[in-house]
Design a protein around this ligand. Structure first.
Ligand SMILES: Cc1cc2nc3c(=O)[nH]c(=O)nc-3n(C[C@H](O)[C@H](O)[C@H](O)COP(=O)(O)O)c2cc1C
Length: 176
């Protein structure tokens, strides 16, 4: 798929089939994430955790339901794979780990689109699990790393077919 087509086809998928994605697709998606730009080239300041364990996804779901007081909340929309991107905070570059994670997540979302897979950038549930040290431990993160963004991936219930028109949705001012 051409890059511009993948950009126009990517959308937040909020309904997934239970079928798992292949290890081959996952491997390429993770490598696409690793090809993203990272501040100061500090790739060792970032970390990715792939979660395909339904018990852990359920624990995270329950925590999000409690935090957001919404017993029907389905933060992963049934996606069978979740990639949590974590980073080391750097006081000389505030929020650099969040910026890095955003680049990594978007690269992975575009790669997933290229495979016809659905994906959705997730932040809400991370607020819930980040406040629960016991759950945070389940990510097995190296010391000093904090979750910064996540991407749910899976087969969409409805195949991705729509190529959206690229529009100026963000206001721009041009200085010449
Ligand atoms: C930083 C960030 C956080 C987001 N968090 C969530 C989230 O927690 N849950 C969710 O369903 N979508 C989340 N989204 C997806 C946005 O709602 C979505 O990208 C936006 O509405 C545009 O729609 P599109 O992705 O279909 O183009 C997030 C997106 C970004 C960039």
């Amino acid at each position: 798929m051409e890059l511009m087509k993948a950009i126009a086809m990517r959308k937040s998928t909020r309904s997934y089939k239970p079928e798992q994605i292949s290890d081959e697709s996952l491997d390429i998606i993770l490598k696409a994430g690793c090809a993203a730009p990272v501040g100061m080239g500090a790739y060792n300041s970032m970390h990715m955790t792939v979660i395909q364990n339904s018990d852990l996804l359920e624990k995270f779901t329950n925590e999000a339901r409690k935090t957001f007081k919404n017993p029907n909340m389905n933060p992963f929309y049934g996606a069978p794979t979740l990639v949590v991107v974590s980073g080391k905070q750097n006081e000389k570059a505030p929020a650099v780990e969040v910026a890095n994670a955003a680049c990594i997540v978007e690269n992975m979302a575009l790669a997933a689109t290229d495979f016809g897979l659905g994906s959705v950038y997730l932040l809400g549930f991370l607020f819930a699990i980040s406040a629960n040290t016991e759950l945070l431990k389940k990510l097995n993160l190296p010391d000093g790393f904090v979750p910064a963004a996540a991407l749910a991936i899976g087969y969409p219930t409805e195949p991705l077919t729509k190529v959206k028109e690229l529009k100026q949705t963000i206001e721009v001012n041009v200085i010449k």
